[in-house]
Design a protein around this ligand. Structure first.
Ligand code: DC
Length: 216
């Protein structure tokens, strides 16, 4: 048996918890399209910065969200501390979220999908078949983000990386619209002491439990 057509799997969680790695791997294994929804917010943040504007400017951010193209998602400058904070700032603007909601729903509705983000299981696809909330201690997430940045040749101060992750957690969790929080029916996956393989095995076991007829 394969998954029912249109199956959506939601993977939410804070920055650098391992949700992207997990979501990408689940999608490949299950033959589902994958969408990193954080990229949408990052690309909007970049477009606002390109205009020399403040990412907290709601009117400009909304206009840029509405003008977003597929090519924006391929930009090479969507990672790093400046893009991180710009994404988190535009993500707190309700009109930006509304503009991006339709894109995400259309993506998932076409052929099903695995989507990772902050509000996939709570807002974008509240009826997703399986929901994960992936988290890890803030120190472990900062360690991973620092490693990631080093691997990209970006020199960063570990203390600063930790501070930025804390700031972004606070901004994402305390915004009034679609704040970061686990859906009531999400499976909590704490990856502080789990490597990528163990997290994947646990997630796949949960998908199999939901769809008992699923093959290997
Ligand atoms: O997952 P990420 O670190 O690439 O996300 C970048 C920012 O975008 C993050 O700080 C919060 C925001 N975001 C969001 O609000 N909702 C999503 N579904 C995905 C990301």
């Amino acid at each position: 048996m394969s998954l029912p057509p249109g199956t959506v799997i939601a993977v939410d969680g804070p920055a650098a918890a391992g949700k992207g790695t997990l979501a990408r791997r689940l999608a490949a294994h299950l033959g589902l399209p994958y969408l990193d929804t954080g990229l949408l917010y990052r690309a909007v943040g970049r477009r606002v910065l390109d205009r020399g504007a403040d990412p907290r400017d709601a009117a400009i951010a909304e206009a840029e969200a509405r003008a977003l193209t597929e090519a924006d998602l391929e930009r090479p400058d969507l990672r790093g501390p400046v893009a991180d904070m710009a994404a988190s700032a535009v993500a707190a603007i309700p009109a930006v979220r509304a503009a991006l909601l339709e894109f995400q729903r259309r993506f998932g509705a076409e052929r099903g999908a695995v989507l990772d983000g902050r509000d996939i299981g709570t807002v974008v696809f509240p009826a997703a078949a399986v929901k994960f909330f992936v988290t890890a201690s803030v120190e472990e997430r900062a360690r991973r983000r620092h490693l990631e940045l080093s691997a990209q040749g970006i020199a960063a101060d570990p203390v600063q990386v930790l501070a930025e992750i804390r700031d972004r957690d606070a901004q994402d969790a305390n915004r009034p619209v679609a704040p970061l929080r686990p859906a009531a029916d999400a499976l909590l996956l704490d990856t502080t002491a789990l490597d990528a393989d163990a997290a994947f095995a646990a997630a796949l076991a949960a998908v199999r439990q939901r769809f008992p007829g699923l093959g290997a």
